[in-house]
Ligand binder design. Structure first.
Ligand code: ATP
Length: 582
C-alpha cells in the first residue's frame, strides 16, 4: 500500500533486526501450524492403535517444539520492541529536522495545531502499527497462508470449499475501506483544528481576557469538540463494521466445515484423526483471519497517519541552498537589492521592482507607511524568502550563492516580536553563542542596556524565563533579544521595529546604544519612530512596495515629500493662516 512506503524505507535500514524478527516469526508460525497436524498422528497412529512408543515420541517432539516456540516468542518480542523503537526514533528525528529546515513560508501554510498533531496523534498511530498491528498482521497473515496450504495437503476438497467460501471475508472490508479512510481523515483534521484552538487559547490568554473573547473561544472549541465527537462516532462505527462483517462470513465457513466435512467422513474419504487435525488447523486459520480482520481498522487509521506524515516529509523547502554555497566574506562595499519583485502569493506583489544600495558600515533606515513592504525587504535580505525577480547581493555576491551558515553568522536580526526560550537568562544567551564566556554576555547585556537590571534581580543571570518570556516586561524582553543578537557580533545588524515596545527612556537608551554600534557594523533599522533615525546615514522611504525617496534626514525634509509629511505628523506642528491655533 502506498502509505506504507515510509515503513519500507525505514525498515530497509534495520535489516538485521528484521531478519531476527522474521526468524522468530517462522518458528512461531511453524509451531502453530504443526501442532494441529500432530493431532492426526496422535489419534490415527497412537491413540486408536494404543501405541505408547509413538505417543511418547510425538509428545517429546511437541515439548521441544513448545520450548523453542516460547524462546522464539520472547526473542521476537524483544527484537520487535527494538525495531519499532528505532524506527520511531528515526522518524521522529527526521520529521523534527524536516520541519525545522523548512523555509519561513511553511509556517504560514501549516498552523501550529496541524504540525503538532503530526508529532503526537499521527506518530502514535504509526507507533501502534509498527510495534503491534503490523507484526501481528504479518504473523496472522503467514499463519493463515501456511495453515491453508497444510489444509490442502490434509483434505484438498474440503480446503477448496473453504477457500471459495472465504472470499466472502474480503468483500466487506473492500466495500468499507474508502468510507473508513475518510472518517479517519476527518478525525485527524478535527484533532488538528482543536489543537490549534488550545494553542491560541494558551498563547493569546491575555488578549482573550482583555477583549473578553472567552465566550467566542468557548463557542469555537465547542463546535470543534462536537466535530470530534461526530467524526469519532462515525470512525468507531465504520471500524466496528469492518470487524463485524468478516465475523459473519466466518460463521458461513464453519457451516461448510461441519457439513462438507461430515459428508466426507460418511463417504470414508476422511479419517477421524484427519478430521480433528483439519478442524483444529481450520480453527487456527480462521482465528488468524479473524485477527487480521480486527487489525484492518488500525491499518486504515495508521495509513491515514502515514500519508499525513509522508505528505509533510515531501514538502520541500522553497528556499534552498546552492549546490556549492560560498562563504560570505566580511562586507566591504555594499548591500544591494536590484530590481526586486516579491509577493507572498503569486497575484499580490508586495515589493515591485525595488532597488537600493547600502554602503558597508553605514546606518540605514527603512521608513514608510504601514504595509509598504519594509519588513518584507528585511526578510529578503536575510533570505527568509527568495525574490520572484531581481537580485539581492552582498558585495556583488548573490545571496542565493551564499551558505546559510555564513549568512546567519554575519547578519543578525532583532525582531519586533521577541521569542525567548523557557530557560534562564544565561541559557538564552548561551544558546546564541555556546562558546561565549561570561564577560562576553555581560558585555552584550551592557550594550543592550540590560545588565544593570539583571544585576538587581536576586538570581541575576540565572533568573528563569517562563512562558516564552511572558515573565519579563516588553522592554526587558526586547533588550534581552538585542543582547542575544549582539553576542554573535554580527557585522550586519537588522532591526525590525525594535523600539516599538519600549518606553521613551528605554528607547533613548537603545538608540544611544545603536549610535555606539554605528561604524562597527552595518545597521539597517525598520522603524516608525523617525526621531530614532535622525542620525542615519541613509533613509529609504518605502511606499507601496517601492522606494519613494531616499537621503539623509536633512535632505528628505528639504524635499518636502512623503518623509517630510510623516515627520510633521509625528513631531511637527502647523500654524494655520488665522494663527489662532497650532
Ligand atoms: N507572511 C505573510 N504572508 C502574506 N502576506 C504578508 C505576510 N507578511 C506580510 N504580508 C503582507 O505584505 C505587505 C507588506 O508587509 P510588511 O510587513 O513588509 O510591511 P511593513 O511596511 O513592514 O508594515 P509595518 O510597518 O506595519 O510593519 C502587507 O500587505 C502584509 O499584509
Amino acid at each position: 500500500m502506498k502509505p506504507f512506503r515510509i515503513l519500507r524505507r525505514y525498515l530497509a535500514s534495520l535489516k538485521l533486526l528484521c531478519a531476527l524478527y522474521a526468524a522468530s516469526v517462522v518458528v512461531e508460525i511453524g509451531y502453530v501450524v504443526a501442532f494441529p497436524l500432530s493431532l492426526k498422528f496422535l489419534v490415527d497412529t497412537a491413540f486408536i492403535p494404543k501405541d505408547v512408543q509413538a505417543f511418547l515420541f510425538i509428545l517429546g517432539l511437541l515439548l521441544i517444539g513448545g520450548l523453542l516456540n516460547v524462546a522464539a516468542g520472547a526473542g521476537g518480542d524483544y527484537t520487535l520492541a527494538k525495531l519499532s523503537g528505532r524506527m520511531l526514533q528515526t522518524l521522529r528525528t527526521e520529521l523534527f529536522e524536516h520541519v525545522q529546515k523548512q523555509s519561513v513560508d511553511f509556517y504560514t501554510r501549516y498552523r501550529t495545531g496541524e504540525i503538532t498533531t503530526r508529532f503526537n496523534s499521527d506518530l502514535l498511530s504509526i507507533e501502534q502499527v509498527v510495534g503491534a498491528t503490523f507484526p501481528l498482521g504479518l504473523k496472522q497473515g503467514f499463519t493463515a497462508v501456511a495453515g491453508l496450504c497444510l489444509l490442502f495437503t490434509l483434505e484438498w476438497r474440503l480446503a477448496l470449499a473453504l477457500l471459495l467460501g472465504s472470499s466472502l471475508l474480503f468483500v466487506g472490508p473492500k466495500l468499507l475501506r474508502k468510507p473508513a479512510e475518510a472518517a479517519n481523515l476527518a478525525v485527524k483534521e478535527a484533532e488538528g483544528h482543536f489543537a490549534n484552538t488550545i494553542d491560541e487559547m494558551l498563547k493569546g490568554h491575555k488578549t482573550i481576557k482583555a477583549l473578553r473573547l472567552q465566550q467566542a473561544m468557548l463557542d469555537r472549541a465547542r463546535g470543534q469538540i462536537l466535530s470530534l465527537y461526530s467524526f469519532g462516532l462515525r470512525r468507531s462505527f465504520m471500524n466496528s463494521l469492518l470487524e463485524r462483517v468478516p465475523m459473519t462470513s466466518l460463521m458461513a465457513l464453519n457451516a461448510i466445515m461441519i457439513g462438507f466435512g461430515g459428508y466426507l467422513i460418511f463417504q470414508d474419504k476422511l479419517s477421524i484423526g484427519g478430521y480433528i487435525a483439519f478442524f483444529t488447523l481450520f480453527m487456527s486459520v480462521s482465528q488468524a483471519v479473524f485477527h487480521l480482520s480486527i487489525l484492518i481498522p488500525y491499518f486504515i487509521e495508521s495509513s491515514v497517519s502515514f500519508e499525513r506524515v509522508q505528505h509533510m516529509l515531501e514538502d520541500a523547502p522553497t528556499v534552498v541552498e546552492a549546490d556549492l554555497p560560498a562563504p560570505m566574506p566580511p562586507l566591504a562595499h555594499t548591500i544591494a537589492m536590484d530590481n526586486v519583485t516579491f509577493g507572498y502569493t503569486e497575484d499580490h506583489p508586495v515589493l515591485k521592482g525595488l532597488s537600493l544600495s547600502i554602503p558597508a558600515g553605514s546606518f540605514a533606515a527603512f521608513v514608510g507607511p504601514s504595509g509598504s513592504g519594509k519588513s518584507t525587504a528585511l526578510q529578503l535580505l536575510l533570505r527568509f524568502y527568495d525574490p520572484d525577480e531581481g537580485r539581492i547581493t552582498y558585495d556583488g555576491l548573490d545571496v542565493k550563492q551564499i551558505s546559510e551558515r555564513s549568512l546567519r553568522e554575519q547578519v543578525g536580526i532583532v525582531f519586533q516580536d521577541t521569542f525567548l526560550f523557557n530557560a534562564s537568562i544565561k541559557q538564552n544567551l548561551q544558546l546564541s553563542d555556546p562558546l561565549a564566556a561570561e564577560e562576553d554576555w555581560v558585555a552584550a547585556c551592557k550594550a543592550a542596556h540590560l545588565h544593570e537590571t539583571i544585576r538587581r534581580w536576586p538570581e541575576g543571570y540565572d533568573t528563569p524565563i517562563i512562558q516564552e518570556g511572558g515573565s519579563l516586561s516588553g522592554g526587558q524582553r526586547q533588550r534581552l533579544s538585542i543582547a542575544r543578537t549582539l553576542l554573535r557580533k554580527p557585522s550586519i545588524l537588522l532591526l525590525d521595529e525594535v523600539t516599538s515596545a519600549l518606553d521613551f527612556a528605554t528607547e533613548a537608551d537603545i538608540n544611544r546604544a545603536i549610535a555606539q554600534w554605528k561604524g562597527g557594523s552595518t545597521i539597517i533599522s525598520v522603524t516608525h519612530r523617525l526621531a530614532s533615525i535622525i542620525d542615519a546615514d541613509l533613509i529609504f522611504v518605502f511606499q507601496d512596495g517601492n522606494i519613494a525617496e531616499s537621503g539623509t534626514h536633512g535632505q528628505l525634509l528639504e524635499r518636502k515629500g512623503l518623509y517630510r509629511e510623516m515627520w510633521e505628523k509625528q513631531y511637527g506642528f502647523r500654524v494655520p493662516v488665522s494663527e489662532s491655533q497650532a
